[in-house]
Design a protein around this ligand. Structure first.
Ligand code: PEP
Ligand code: MN
Length: 346
């Protein structure tokens, strides 16, 4: 019988509870037609009890051996909440880590334009110790008349860049028809700001076996971002990296307003890693470093920035891309600040 409902109750096991006692609780829940989401923590194992509230309330959960206490999960997001998984999640791909002290440093072109532009950028950022390479193959453009990305050809170029540098690839998926191609090529699947509320796409990547980089929608609240992540995790994929990338406000001096406060709020609310995209927030290259510094200082688990060998020739987002010639200086500043914050570049 399929279990209906979301994790509604938090069953906190005592620090000395045995594996048998945890299994016993899970079995009792199953007998009652309820599900269980077990998170072994550093301090104690936590079980999220899944099912109708009334049904769960009728079970004598507090009386089972090894159970310390039972609490309702009051927030609308459950699986991504820190209540359910008090320890921070570390996401690893090809030996690079993000979260819990590991700082993800993601850099690369806005868009894969041609082979040399991408390889040149990949070499420059790799030389500065970044941990992943970004690059758009399918681009969400405001105007349908502008360059929309090279598509599958870009995925080939990115794979060549990975072969040469060893850097894991982050690229955006926009259309469910490209799932297979993007999943095949990429190491981390980006869901862009404009698709944060595309719930069927979120569920689709929730069934994928690759980490997801989920960007905050242009006008989405922190809670809506967490609910979008919940859509992914609910399908079974718990490897989600959240990304603050600036929101729309009345301010027009920058492309978007980077919501620095969202970083500590997200870190408090969820166990998932939180990174920042200062490039799209700033829209101007000279603002990228100060915003990146602010992000690191506010506790971000990483940054994702745009870099181009010749930004003045870029087909997309030229004004905000850092020239490869200036990237060493930028990276040096980030490394120093990350280390000051006690982070290890993952
Ligand atoms: C991007 O990172 O390539 C991008 C388009 O960003 P966003 O979805 O945040 O606008
Ligand atoms: Mn861009």
């Amino acid at each position: 019988m399929a279990v209906i409902g979301s994790p509604e109750l938090l069953i906190v096991m005592s620090a000395h509870a045995t594996a048998d006692e945890v299994d016993h609780v899970v079995e009792r829940l199953a007998e009652a037609g309820c599900g269980a989401h077990v998170t072994p923590g550093r301090e104690a194992t936590v079980i999220g009890a899944i099912g109708e509230r009334e049904l769960l309330a009728s079970l004598p959960l507090e009386g089972y051996p090894g159970v310390e206490h039972v609490l309702p999960i009051l927030k609308p997001y459950k699986l991504v909440s820190r209540e359910l998984s008090p320890d921070p999640t570390v996401i690893e791909t090809r030996g690079r880590r993000i979260g819990d002290g590991y700082f993800g440093f993601i850099a690369g072109p806005c868009t894969v334009e041609y082979r040399e532009q991408t390889l040149e950028t990949a070499r420059a950022v790799n030389a500065e110790g970044v941990t992943m390479l970004r690059g758009g193959a399918f681009k969400p453009r405001t105007s349908p008349y502008t360059f929309q990305g090279l598509g599958e050809e870009a995925l080939e170029i990115l794979q060549e860049a990975r072969e040469e540098t060893g850097l894991p690839l982050v690229t955006e998926l926009m259309d469910p028809r490209h799932v297979e191609a993007v999943l095949d090529a990429a190491d981390v699947i980006q869901i862009g700001a404009r698709n944060m509320s595309n719930f069927s796409l979120l569920a689709e990547v929730g069934r994928a076996d690759k980490p997801i980089l989920l960007k905050r929608g242009l006008s989405a609240t922190v809670e809506e971002l967490l609910m979008a992540a919940e859509y992914v995790v609910k399908e079974g994929n718990s490897r989600v990296i959240l990304c603050e990338r600036g929101i729309k406000t009345f301010e027009t001096a920058m492309r978007f307003t980077l919501d620095i406060g969202a970083i500590p709020v997200l870190k408090r609310e969820t166990h998932l890693p939180v990174i920042v995209d200062p490039s799209h927030a700033a829209g101007q290259r000279e603002l990228v470093l100060p915003l990146a510094r602010a992000a690191v200082a506010a506790g971000a688990d990483g940054i994702i920035v745009e870099v181009h060998p010749r930004p003045e020739e870029a087909l997309c987002d030229g004004p905000q891309q850092i020239p490869t010639a200036e990237f060493a200086e930028f990276a040096g500043e980030i490394r120093a600040l990350a280390s000051l914050m006690g982070r290890t570049i993952g």
